[in-house]
Design a protein around this ligand. Structure first.
Ligand SMILES: Cc1cc2nc3c(=O)[nH]c(=O)nc-3n(C[C@H](O)[C@H](O)[C@H](O)COP(=O)(O)O)c2cc1C
Ligand code: SF4
Length: 519
């Protein structure tokens, strides 16, 4: 009887040699005349153990990792096909504490199923959310999403149900669902993991959104650097279409939903929803004025729901298990779970899905295992390049939209980048301004000119003597205030936050070179 071995095809696992490992297992099995079936799954998100190979045994899946091609012969010798003991043996996958303590709702199938196999998706509760939605009135679907408390996971945390209702209520001959899969924030990878590891869940979520608001067409605007996600999505769309889950008559309901992938333009600003629409229409990605809201006048001037990958991929579990089930997770106004992406200077980077309310310290210490360098944590940037730098003294802040706002931070897309005590925070502040200067779409003056002047002023602060530092710091604060108040979108409007947080919490880093040169 054939034995199933799982070797991830996730881009991170591939970058660590997963393809070579799969080939080595195939070759060794052939040599030993053993019947092995290799499934290329997504990653479980335990990135420090990739490539992590799993073997199906009667007791459950047994994990081995990190596996290199040179380990493969030894694994066969240790009878890993029957869960044999080897130094790389991690035990039953489901019992690995790092995974077992998570609350995976959106990521329930990632790393578990074969992402190219619709039957495997169905066997793991796939399309149950759509089945439920097909029995409901559109307004009841929107109500369920509203009641679940789901807020947009792309950055702004806007309630998904309210956005959907606005679009549902707009009268039009054509409406669209657009999935924002540009995933431009530093240290983020949850969208990519879903698209590579469980593409059907995104397709299902978008189809439900289409039914809810009356949209018959959807587009996934996919980050250009995600070729593996593109292949996975296109294969899944083809399979779903062939089986009637997409097309003119979704599951025999008489309702249409068509879906296409569009490769993005490769600019951070194209992740901003109105620039995204411009880009999707074939134009240069530049921010539009709001109003009109995209939900009323979006793609090609038609009512459009734009949601992030994780927002849409969370909809099926809400429709399947009910709004109350989802809302029961979390704290305050942050309901449900958040797939956190732990990166930077940590021992154990990866994907941690937990209910809101986990503290940053718990995330970094319990899951991350502290810094990779072994040095103390000094700063953490949460929410991408526009997120504030949080000092070690605030690590006990719970991960919750309002709690983060109260300390001047933001949860954003859930990217968490850790720095140890060797980080130069003046250089990080400069980087934030420089990033804004490079990525600015150029439409408004505070951002286009302000960010360039901001870099120059930071350079003058770092190089100047004490009196000059004080003068330039006042100029920088004034400039930041102008950018926050006067920028058209959040790129220019939020780029000052990492700069101001660095000044507030790590002021000593701005006092360095110039001070000693002057003394
Ligand atoms: C500069 C900038 C970049 C953004 N990049 C992304 C992105 O890469 N992915 C994303 O989902 N949202 C991004 N957003 C947020 C989107 O504008 C928008 O809020 C989001 O797509 C709405 O979906 P959600 O409500 O599901 O989060 C960005 C916003 C700004 C201002
Ligand atoms: S803030 Fe920057 S990115 Fe946003 S519209 Fe203005 S110039 Fe463009």
């Amino acid at each position: 009887m054939s034995i199933t071995v799982y070797v991830p095809r996730d881009a991170s696992a591939l970058s660590l040699g997963a393809d070579a490992v799969a080939k080595a297992i195939e070759a060794e099995a052939a040599c030993r005349n053993l019947d092995v079936r290799i499934v290329r799954n997504g990653s479980r998100g335990v990135y420090w153990l990739e490539p992590m190979v799993e073997v199906e045994t009667p007791a459950g899946r047994v994990a081995y990792g990190p596996v290199q091609p040179t380990d493969v012969m030894g694994l066969f010798d240790a009878d890993f096909l029957h869960g044999g003991v080897d130094v790389l043996n991690l035990g039953l996958t489901d019992e690995i504490p790092w995974l077992k303590s998570q609350q995976r709702l959106t990521f329930a199938r990632v790393g578990v199923v074969d992402p190219r196999n619709l039957d495997d998706y169905l066997a793991h509760d796939g399309y149950r959310g759509l089945a439920a939605a097909l029995k409901m009135e559109p307004s009841a679907i929107v109500q369920a999403v509203t009641d679940s408390g789901l807020r947009g996971r792309g950055g702004a945390a806007f309630p998904a149900g309210i956005k959907w209702k606005t679009c549902m209520d707009a009268a039009a001959d054509q409406k669209y669902i657009v999935c924002n899969a540009d995933e431009g924030d530093s240290g983020t990878f949850s969208d990519r993991m879903i698209m590579e590891g469980d593409p059907f869940v995104l397709i299902e979520g978008m189809t439900i959104a289409g039914l809810a608001v009356g949209a018959t067409r959807g587009y996934i605007y996919l980050r250009i650097e995600y070729p593996h996600a593109q292949r996975a999505l296109e294969a899944a769309i083809e399979a779903a279409t062939a089986r009637g889950y997409l097309g003119d008559n979704v599951c025999g309901s008489g309702k249409a939903f068509h879906l296409e992938v569009r490769m993005a333009a490769g600019a951070y600003i194209c992740g901003e929803e109105t620039s995204l629409l411009e880009s999707l229409e074939g134009k240069r990605g530049q921010v539009r004025f709001k109003p009109p809201l995209p939900a009323i006048q979006g793609l090609f001037g038609k009512p459009t729901v734009i949601n992030n990958v994780i927002t849409l991929a969370t909809v099926p579990v809400i429709l399947d298990r009910g709004a109350a089930f989802y809302r029961d997770y979390g704290m305050g106004k942050s309901r449900g779970t958040l797939p956190l992406q732990l990166a930077g200077n940590v021992k154990r980077p990866g994907l941690v899905e937990r209910a809101f309310g986990l503290t940053l310290r718990e995330l970094i210490e319990q899951y991350g295992g502290g810094t990779a360098s072994g040095r103390p944590v000094r700063a953490v940037q949460v929410g991408g390049p526009l997120g504030a730098y949080i000092p070690a003294s605030q690590l006990d802040t719970p991960i919750d939209y309002e709690a983060f706002a109260a300390i001047g931070g933001m949860v954003g897309h859930g990217g968490v980048v850790v720095f140890d005590d060797t980080v130069d925070m003046a250089a990080q502040a400069r980087f934030a301004m420089e990033f804004c200067a490079i990525e600015s779409c150029g439409k408004c003056t505070p951002c286009r000119i302000g960010s360039t002047r901001g870099v120059e002023v930071i350079d003058r602060i770092v190089a100047g003597d004490a009196a000059e530092k004080a003068r330039n710091e006042a100029v920088l604060r004034d400039l930041c205030q102008t950018m926050v108040a006067g920028s058209l979108c959040a790129l220019g409007g939020m780029a000052p936050f990492p700069v101001l947080s660095a000044l507030e919490h790590f002021h000593e880093d701005f006092e360095g070179a110039g001070q000693s040169a002057a003394s």
